[in-house]
Design a protein around this ligand. Sequence first.
Ligand SMILES: Cc1ncc(COP(=O)(O)O)c(C=O)c1O
Length: 472
Amino acid sequence: MGTPLLRKAYDFETFRKEGIDLIEQISEHLEKTISGTSSQVISWTKPEEEYVFWKNYNKQAHSSEDFFRTVIARSIHTHHPKYIGHQVAPTVPVSALATLLSAQLNNGMAVYEMGAASTALERIVIEQFTAAFGFENGDGFLTSGGTLANLTGLLAARRAKSSTDVWNEGHGQKLAILVSEEAHYCVDRSARIMGLGEAGIIKVPANEKFEMRLDVLEASYRSAVENGFEVIAIVGSAPSTSTGVYDDLEGISAFAKAHNLWFHIDAAHGGAAIFSSKYKHLLKGAENADSIIIDGHKMMGTSAITTAVIFKESVASYATFEQKAQYLWEKNDDPDWFNLAKRTFECTKSMMSIRFYAIINAYGLKFFDDFVTTLYDAGRSFGKLIDQQKDFELALQPISNIVCFRYSKGKQENINEINQKIRNTLLEDGEYYIVATTLQGKYFLRTTFMHPFTSEKEMVGLLDKIRGVAGS
Ligand SMILES: Cc1ncc(COP(=O)(O)O)c(C=O)c1O
């Protein structure tokens, strides 16, 4: 059975040869990037050029080895200590190996027998999270990314708090959530997907420290109620993406309790701080949350995309997607923990638990403490360094590993423009990778320290590079 081509595609000897070669290539790439000996973090090309390159690529035959090498060369190098931009972690190699394994095993995870090991490991990983947050009766699951996880958390909120059964009957009333104007855009997107509309997303202004303003919460809530909205949830950020600032989670939880709201925390970036003895205090109040999401591929070193959604009460992790799928489950109302598609948005999903568990197995939970603590320390050190420079200014004192700053020498009316030019030139230059954000109308350069070995040498080098670009 099968064709010669199919036999060739599944030949295990070819896999062994190409696999060994790929591991060699990745190891070489890791060696060059992690030590910072390769000169570029990114070899910038315009999108059209990149497209044309790949369009032309298969006009000639290429080996898999060549294909993999070319992909590596034309991709951003998150393992380079000068990669200080977006919040995607340089994968811990053992987690990448687990991802390779999951890609080949391709267990579908929807029902227990389609991923026995990974399903049990998912439960164990979730138990580590619920224990760390102090949720004695907690539960949860892994899902594909922070965006989907926030949607899932908000759907659970609607299930628990809406006075009507929206899941079965559709919207009977206007629902609303309260969320900081600084929250990640995916919270807004999730609420729109849920049919809340723009008016149902009550944006709470941030204070001068970029935290959600607690002093205006009551007024925002009252005004929504007077306008006929049923407010179901309040969302805290831990931290918010642009600035790395944690909302006052204790204050928000007190407000949620007083008004019987679901308290959801978007801790995609900084939930991992719960494992850091030095920084867990930033999550004070999270023990009162109803749901929390944490990205493994941000501050926990797993490969993307791997997100935990945890609930204070285990029932919430089953109730959201109560739906008949009889071909998958014999007894649909049995909350069997091992049939994960009952609880996740996805049907088929990847074997995410092994990406976490490979790290825990090799290095223990201590790895997450070391990782978060090292990176948050780096953010704060960079903040101190900038404070000592006359030609740079900080947007705020960094709380985490996200640092917003700008070059401040020159005519004040041109500072936004100068910094935009700096960011664009750095991107095209490719030695350092940083990003940018706009805060209260001002354009800031934005760095996220994601690499455990980015040191003062790279920090000083970046500032010198920026000076060079600004002066050119
Ligand atoms: C605070 C926050 N929430 C959610 C997200 C979205 O997460 P993901 O990219 O895993 O979908 C991000 C991504 O940067 C984030 O910073």
